[in-house]
Ligand binder design. Structure first.
Ligand code: SF4
Length: 271
């Protein structure tokens, strides 16, 4: 059993005493479940809220997984929704890309303003599940940032954690595991235009219905959904050129260490 009640962790969360409201963002992915679990352990439950950004691009079952996590632990939950119809906006504006990640504004930043308006005159802190490993650009940021998100302070309690440690905590404390982790090591929007070709191939293999939805959206947009301005409908051809192969059995996508961590886990969410 891994220990979470460490002096370092207590010190990190001591900062939450200075705030009236703590919003812990939870996407239903492994990292944010761990950071929200830590928040539920260290933060006064009266002022803690789990914040889930719902969108039509979520994998089915994700919201239910977050709701179950909150109900089981008696946590306050806030579910947001985009202010606009994401699919219609995508058709008129074009899919997000490396230069224009409008999806983050529409799915997260704009709805956050509405949430902040619910707590006028309150001092608000965000807690997130960002890790150093997942972002090269943000590898040097501090664990605590002031005025980082919507002009509010943010605590990144697991920023220095390895993926192994995250999985160990998930298994030790029986935290939910989204079924997407059977075949992928991250949970994003199912039609995220920034995902790799390999991730698209996995989506096509394991969730052909969702892949079909992404194809439909691409057709309606008339603009390519894949990185490098490539069409999703042409996924077959580059696959041969670049040597990308269809993903094999799900478990083979995990290395041995991760597989041993996951063997006894119960996956939830979309089947
Ligand atoms: S996962 Fe992709 S599509 Fe979804 S908000 Fe992030 S960048 Fe945008």
């Amino acid at each position: 059993m891994v220990k979470i009640e460490t002096l370092k962790m207590k010190k990190q969360f001591a900062v939450t005493d200075n705030y009236d409201v703590v919003l812990s963002t939870c996407s239903g992915g492994k990292d944010s479940f761990v950071s929200s679990f830590l928040a539920s352990h260290f933060v006064d439950p009266e002022k803690l809220y789990i914040l889930y950004y719902s969108s039509p691009w979520d994998f089915p079952g994700t919201r239910e997984l977050v709701e179950k996590f909150c109900v089981e632990r008696g946590l306050n939950l806030i579910v947001t929704a985009p202010n606009v119809d994401i699919n219609k906006f995508c058709v008129s504006y074009g899919p997000p890309n490396q230069r224009s990640r409008w999806c983050i504004w529409k799915i997260k930043a704009d709805p956050t303003r509405k949430v902040l308006a619910k707590f006028p005159d309150k001092k608000i802190l965000f807690v997130d599940g960002n890790t150093r490993e997942e972002s090269y650009q943000r590898r040097n940021i501090p664990l605590f940032e002031t005025k980082r998100f919507n002009d509010r302070d943010v605590l990144h309690p697991i920023f220095d954690w390895s993926e192994k440690r995250v999985w160990t905590v998930i298994r030790s404390f029986c935290l939910p595991i989204h079924s997407v982790y059977r075949w992928s090591n991250r949970l994003s929007c199912f039609c995220c235009p920034l995902q790799t070709d390999s991730a698209w191939l996995s989506l096509r293999r394991f969730h052909p219905d969702l892949f079909e939805q992404a194809l439909k959206l691409e057709r309606e947009c008339g603009k390519p959904f894949r990185r490098g301005y490539q069409f999703l409908k042409d996924l077959e051809a580059p696959q041969i050129k670049t040597g990308l192969r269809e993903p094999r059995k799900m478990s083979l996508r995990f290395d041995r260490r991760r597989l041993s961590l996951l063997t006894s886990c119960n996956f939830e969410g979309l089947e």
